[in-house]
Design a protein around this ligand. Sequence first.
Ligand SMILES: [Zn+2]
Length: 195
Amino acid sequence: MAQSIFFDKRQRFLVGETLKIAETLAGDYFRINLEDIERFPYDLQTLANLKSREKTRRALAQVCKYEYHKKEPLWKFGINEFYRICLQDDKILGAARAETSSLSLLKPLLLYVVTHELVHVVRFSQDPQRFYLEPEEKKVEEKDVHRMTYQILKSFSDPHVRVLLERYRPWWEDLEGQAPEGLPLTNPAGMPNFL
Ligand SMILES: [Zn+2]
């Protein structure tokens, strides 16, 4: 039977649990309350619920931004902007399967991906201009986000989380302030980059 490109029920539950953990950790790291929807308007969707523009073949996940340009906010919360973390189930499952058929890396990979994307959301929410950086600036921003993701997750003693943190270390370390030319979509471990 062909493997599904979507997370199954158990995996979607895992995504929900992972988001809660990542929100707590990121909230502590940035000293913010991510439940404050006026300051941090976002949600997270998996592939089954993504619109075509929210899907990407280039990454495990991406953040999409929605803006309302009417004078009066459409939402009762008074929000004019909204961010959506778009998980690409098929890419994440593919990356986890490439490591082990038992999918033992899926849980820590989800933790890394969701935390990474949440860091983007926090930084976009705090400074909306970050969403519109030039390509070179985006590389620096991406590196900073990987570094912060490492800082947020480094206290985890789970060996699978440790493995992933080391796999992604080259994305933020020893690059002398610059991402290398022509960043490949996969790092040496074969994991696709994030947007
Ligand atoms: Zn990123």
